[in-house]
Design a protein around this ligand. Structure first.
Ligand code: SF4
Ligand code: SF4
Length: 277
């Protein structure tokens, strides 16, 4: 798998929660008018499908233009570290911010290159320049992960759909693999785990405190979820979380480990917005 497209997982999983977009089959169809009913196939983990993407496909790079690429907090963490710049610089240089009309939470999208087919800033003639740290929706394509969370038990249920878009020729001569092999091959476990933490916060917030955010709340969400280096500096230099009486191990982790810092940020946001740990 060399690279992939944009909107599948986010449309279902994050936009669904942020904007009130409900993860149903109809919405998936709605998300792309070129899709017909038989272009969407539900898959179980042991089901097989035929697909592969490489530089040899005639449609190479086709899916990295007309960009509508949403980024999750973990996507941003991986991308800014791949490029080697601080989070605020990454956000400024490569992204645009929107407001989820239902939740009021800030939503981040990649800033397309307006001069050339709205292509992704990371696509090159050799494919994806951030391949090892490409966003989760790029990884899973042409699979969509549909997630729901039980209000009673908080249990997360997932199911998977295969999307066969007309422009994608990777189905023609692809290798046959099970869905489970595909998920493992794309290294999705860590992305799913981190994205599900955000999903839980959004669904809790929409249920407990529906409506827009004030400017301060929006700033805090943006910092703890997307602008991790600023969040780190606010904790270490400005005492942002002093009331939590963080121990020395946690403070060390905050200095050195972005993933642990993001987990802390998500837990803190959950407490601030939902009043729950
Ligand atoms: S991040 Fe990579 S795979 Fe994803 S749209 Fe951009 S160039 Fe394509
Ligand atoms: S085969 Fe599909 S995923 Fe690969 S480049 Fe073509 S359109 Fe993109």
């Amino acid at each position: 798998m060399d690279h992939v497209t944009t909107f599948a997982e986010f449309i279902i999983k994050l936009l669904g929660a942020l904007c009130g977009f409900k993860p149903t089959f109809d919405n998936i169809i709605y998300s792309d008018s070129n899709l017909a009913d038989n272009d969407m196939i539900s898959l179980s983990l042991n089901d097989t499908f035929k697909f592969s993407c490489s530089r040899q496909v005639p449609c190479f790079n086709e899916c990295c233009r007309d960009l509508n690429q949403f980024l999750t907090p973990y996507d941003i963490l991986r991308l800014k570290n791949h490029i080697g710049i601080p989070s605020n610089e990454f956000l400024e240089r490569y992204t645009q911010q929107h407001v989820g009309p239902e939740s009021g939470f800030p939503i981040i999208t990649l800033k397309p290159d307006h001069g050339s087919d709205m292509k992704c800033p990371f696509v090159t003639s050799n494919g994806c320049s951030v391949y090892n740290d490409r966003p989760s929706s790029c990884r899973t394509y042409p699979i969509v992960r549909v997630v729901s969370r039980s209000r009673e038990t908080a249990e997360i249920t997932e199911r998977y759909m295969l999307i066969q878009e007309p422009h994608c020729l990777g189905f023609k001569e692809g290798k046959t693999q099970t869905l489970k092999e595909w998920i493992d091959d794309q290294d999705m476990a860590v992305y799913n785990k981190m994205n599900d933490m955000l999903m839980e916060i959004i669904s809790l917030k929409n249920r407990l405190k529906p409506g827009t955010l004030d400017l301060k709340s929006s700033y805090l969400f943006n910092m703890a979820c997307y602008d991790l280096d600023r969040f780190r500096s606010h904790i270490l230099d400005q005492g942002l979380l002093d009331d939590l009486k963080l121990n020395s191990d946690t403070l060390y982790m905050i200095r050195t480990d972005d993933v642990a810092l993001l987990k802390l940020g998500l837990q803190w946001i959950k407490r601030v917005f939902c009043g729950t740990e």
